[in-house]
Design a protein around this ligand. Structure first.
Ligand code: ADP
Length: 177
């Protein structure tokens, strides 16, 4: 992530983040309410390196971030070694594990593998500043929010791809985007 000049014409985080308008929505997990099976389906249906955790689908309020590999290992382990964990068990990323309703399987609390304060920037953050943040903090990805709602994600690769595109284009088209 070297030259910053490519972003001189105020490309914003919203121009680089995923999903694009035509893409499927951001793949998120909720901090409660999803079953082990449902989380496994999200893992199986996607290949992303990580998933933002939100308070609820409605609020899209950011709670944390979990790496795919940590999620896979923890669920596998819990299914093998943790008493009563089955597909129908609820996955929680909450501080407290509520008492289980009668007859239901015990919940699986995965808060310990969640990054509690993933870096988030607003959709209007200029990309030159975003690149600085990535370099100085050594980030692999960062989340993009608007008024507290999670909008998207930017990975290091997204930035590199965007820079490559920019340098191939003539300055006029960069200027007028
Ligand atoms: P990389 O960009 O290094 O390949 P990923 O495999 O995590 O990393 O992401 C692939 C693409 O999908 C990137 O463009 C990224 O912005 C996007 N992406 C990453 N995580 C998610 C997610 N949870 N939901 C939707 N898109 C995502």
């Amino acid at each position: 992530l070297e030259p910053k000049e490519e972003f001189a014409h105020k490309t914003l985080a919203m121009d680089v983040m995923r999903p694009r308008r035509s893409d499927p929505p951001l793949s998120v997990l909720t901090q409660s309410g999803m079953s082990v099976e449902q989380v496994e389906a999200v893992i199986a249906d996607t290949s992303y390196s990580g998933f933002p955790i939100v308070m609820s689908q409605e609020s899209q309020r950011l709670v944390g971030f979990v790496l795919r590999r940590d999620l896979v290992i923890s669920i596998e382990n819990a299914r093998l070694c943790q008493e009563g964990i089955v597909g129908a068990s609820q996955v929680l990323f909450t501080e407290h594990t509520p008492a289980q309703p009668h007859g239901g399987p015990p919940p699986l609390n995965l808060r310990s593998i969640m990054d509690l304060s993933p870096l988030a920037i607003t959709d209007h953050t200029p990309m030159d500043i975003t690149v600085d943040i990535f370099r100085k903090l050594g980030l692999r990805q960062c989340l993009v929010t608007q008024n507290g709602r999670l909008l998207g994600i930017i990975t290091k690769k997204d930035i590199l791809k965007h820079m490559a595109q920019m340098t191939n284009r003539d300055p006029e088209s960069i200027l007028f985007n």
